[in-house]
Design a protein around this ligand. Sequence first.
Ligand code: GLN
Length: 189
Amino acid sequence: MTVAVLALQGAFIEHEQMLDRLGVAHIELRQATDLKQDFDGLILPGGESTTQSLLLHEQEMFEPLQKRIQDGMPVLATCAGMILLASAIEGQDAAHFATFPITVKRNAYGRQLGSFHTVSEVKGIGEVPMTFIRAPYVSEAAPDVKILAEVDGKIVGVRCGNQFAYAFHPELDQDTRIHELFLQTIANS
Ligand code: GLN
């Protein structure tokens, strides 16, 4: 199994370190030619979603990746990655990949709570550490979206088919189970 990590901007190295700890082969996606390599799943890291989207278009990776996600390739998206997948973004006219039927609110916790850490339940896993950094939350989800995690009544973890999206940064904590659940999904698909 090989996992591709979008490596244009943001916290991609931390995801790669997590994959190293789990003994999983990975490649970085930086330009269109990288898409020629074989990979079975995709990680969209945190960072700045507008910049990431711009670079995806600039590097001509946007459409090929969107098609692969639509065709069912497993995706693990964290924070800005969740925003890239969302079918709608509050206050913005356009979405990005729009493969995940959720509406997200960006920078949703206000300035005081821009960054915080908590421990909360993820369905099917248990209590996990959650680091939020200028995070979004899910303000609306289609009926076929499975809610995996909520913090203070806000949805922060969702699954739809083979797509997983979390508002927090599992790659910044030591707990590997969110990545393991994703790898399990790749193995089963
Ligand atoms: N605020 C960022 C955005 O809107 C996401 C923050 C993050 O990925 N840590 O893209």
